[in-house]
Design a protein around this ligand. Sequence first.
Ligand code: SF4
Length: 314
Amino acid sequence: MIQQTADEIIAGRRLNREDDLSFLINGDLEALRKAANKIRENLCGNHVNLCSIINGRAGRCSENCKFCAQSAHNPTGAKEYDLLNADEVIEACKKNEAYGVHKFSIVTAGRTLCGGAFEQAVNIYSRMNEECPNISLCASHGLLTEDQFVRLRESGVTMYHANIETSRRNFPNICTTHTFDDKIKCIKAAQKAGLEVCSGGILGMGETWEDRLDMALTLSELNIDSIPLNALMPIKGTPLQDLPVLTEDEILRSVALFRFINPTAHIRLAAGRNLMSESGKEAFFSGANATITTLKYVSIPAVLCLTQNKLSCV
Ligand code: SF4
């Protein structure tokens, strides 16, 4: 049944809320991983897409996301600083470009980015677009308007990052200063402005397997291009500090589940790779085909080991 469904997906079928999806939760993990890997091979090829971010502004966020070190509601002692200067960001972008990283994003803490800080960011993107022609630009600045997305696109940004974070049902347990619908509205505005969207979330925040299914279906319904999957790394000082971390099997099943429901998207490993053996190597053979990385860890070893197993970084 698992293999047959995978073959149907490769032939063009797409799973939706009308389907019996219980096999993704209860099916044999090895069979599920193998089938998800086959979907990835057939519909995405053997390339690993790498992206990197710079924390462009940190701390003092008005929002109360329970997982986040940047929230002013959470006493985490995390660094606080205003928007970095352009030269610092462009230097980081050039380094990533030289390493062959495919996408680079400025991420700013805060509900949104507006006024002078937004104008500053637009100028930085315009300069990166000119000075770093071999890397795609992504942006992550919270809840923006369609007009702001148009400005970002005109400055050279091609993708916007806005995580839905968790399922619609679980979202109010994680954040109450903005809503799940605020997120959806933001994603649709970015798409309307002509941007691709990167949206996923954090697993291990008290959600059920049904919530994970619902989250994957929501992303499929939104036609999301890139889905970052984080495993919660509980941070001291946040309300989620005492939650247990996910097991490797839970992460691998989640990756396979998201691949079955989003067969052509980039399924992108993010935080939590270190919870798995060999930097999450098995996740790349369970449906993942992308990862966020840092120069410190570009995971040259991880990329090499993937290459040896026929996944290559292109
Ligand atoms: S809006 Fe972003 S920066 Fe602010 S608390 Fe939530 S996740 Fe953190």
